[in-house]
Design a binder for this molecule. Sequence first.
Ligand SMILES: C[S@@+](CC[C@H](N)C(=O)[O-])C[C@H]1O[C@@H](n2cnc3c(N)ncnc32)[C@H](O)[C@@H]1O
Length: 239
Amino acid sequence: MIDYDEIASNYSKHRDIHPKVLEGLISSENIKKGSNVLEVGCGTGNYITAICQTVGASSYGIDPSEEMLKKARARTGEVLFKKEKAENLDFEDCFDLIFSVDVIHHLDSPSQYFEKAYESLNKDGKICTVTDSEWIIENREPLSKYFPETIEADLERYPKIDELKTCMAEVGFTEIQGNVVEQTKQITDLQAYREKTFSVLHLITDEAYEEGITRMKKDLMKGPIRRISRYFLLWGTKK
Ligand SMILES: C[S@@+](CC[C@H](N)C(=O)[O-])C[C@H]1O[C@@H](n2cnc3c(N)ncnc32)[C@H](O)[C@@H]1O
C-alpha cells in the first residue's frame, strides 16, 4: 500500500504531465469552455489544472490524500478540490467528463467507482480511465529492464483492460474503446528513481531495487537512457 501523504513532496517534484494524455483528454468533444470536468484521484492537480487553464472548463478534483491536495491547492485557486475517494462519488447528472490518470489500480472496487461515475455523469457524458495495459507493464522502458520484479508486482496490482471493459459495460457505459499514447524522453539523472517516484518501486525488495539502481548508474555513465512513457486511455459514454 502506497502512502501518498508521505510521498506527496517527492511526487510533485517529479511528476510531469504526459502531453499526449492531456492532448487525448482535451480532444474529447466533452471538454470545452463551461463544461463540467472532474478528475478522480487528481493528486497534485497537474492534469485538471492544465485542463482548466487550457480550455476554461469548470474543473473539480477529488483525492483521499490531504498532502497531495495541499500541493494541488497551492498550484491553483481555479479548481475546486475535495478530499474524497473514487468509490464515494456522490453526484447526480453533473459532469460532462470524469477522468482519472494512474488511479484505477489503487481502488478497492473499480466497479463501484464506475457505478458512481455513471450516476455522476450527464447524459452523453464520457469517462476516461488512463492506465497501463498488461502489454504496457511488460514493456516499460527503462523500468522493466532495470527492475524486472516490477512486472509481476504491477500485473498483480493493475486491473486488466478486459476486466475494466466488462465492469464498464455492466454499469451501462457504451462506446467502450481504448487507444495507446506514448512519449519518448532521455533520462540523464536518476533522481526520480532514487526518490522512488514510480510507486511500484516501493513494492519490490530492497535488493532488487539496489541492483537495478546500480545497473542504471553504470549505464548512465555511458550516456542518457531512453524512457518510453505509454498510457492506455479507456473511454466510455453514458447514453
Ligand atoms: C499515481 S497517483 C496519480 C495522481 C494524478 N492523477 C497524476 O496523474 O499525477 C495516484 C493518486 O490516486 C489517489 N488515490 C488512491 N486511492 C484512491 C481512491 N480510492 N480514490 C481516489 N483516489 C485515490 C492517491 O492519493 C494519488 O493521489
